[in-house]
Design a binder for this molecule. Sequence first.
Ligand code: CP
Length: 310
Amino acid sequence: MDNLSVDHLIGIKDLTKNDIELIFKTADSFKQVINRPIKKVPSLRDITIANIFFENSTRTRLSFELAEKRLSSDVVNFSAASSSVKKGETLIDTVNNILSMKVDMVVMRHSSPGAAKFLSERVNACVVNAGDGTHEHPTQALLDAYSIREKLGEVSGKKVVIVGDILHSRVALSNIYCLQKLGAEVMVCGPTTLMPKYIAELGVKVEHNLQRALEWCDVANMLRIQLERQDIKYFPSLREYSMQYGLTKEILDNLSKEIVVMHPGPINRGVEITSDVADSKQSIILQQVENGVAVRMAVIYLLASKIKRQ
Ligand code: CP
């Protein structure tokens, strides 16, 4: 069997193009499984997985849990808000206590960039990063690229613009790495204040005009403004942001070609996209969510097969 080059999934930066293609090929098989009347395979009956979330989540958390259950693994869920973290327990102590209950894999979301790598170097379990602060969100980027491949046939050669709050977005960084590894051209678009200073060094085009960005692209990935990560004002008001960078049906319908619209969620309807765009036939937002389960099944399955061999 083909194997991943990594023992943990910390970031897309660590993956090879072959790794990503192997994940997609494996996800293709699991997508068939989850569309069958019996949506389960017995592959990971001997594996126990802990989902530990120190930050809020709807899609990622549910999607990982469903993926794990579809593979027949045992699953435990941990939410920092209702745990002994509130009594002062550290991350390492928390995880080591969970691991002493014979857990094989930890899926973790944390607000600190680097938290997943820190954990992977200190605990005896496979670690999957479900989002670490403003750093990476690797499974989101994998499901985004998988959804582009499904919609347009391939990722190579496609032009993808990521619009919005690039500065605070782990989705943007993971998408840039993933799309470039697969041969896509990537542009970022947003106000200068929401653009990291050295973004051009990642080999992306930088555009501040939404209309020009949309005319250039095949796919527009519209990001949410992450107000929870902003301790200063980066733009005068949400209304002004929306007027400059919000995607409306009128803008979409007046482009010279039909583009694909994506969004990682959660959507702020009326800010980065209007409701009629989110619900339009050009939007693949719910297909992204559906593909998230198959892609996460593939990631867990491939990483678990390495645990069993050791
Ligand atoms: N896309 C994403 O990470 O959504 P959640 O924050 O709901 O998990």
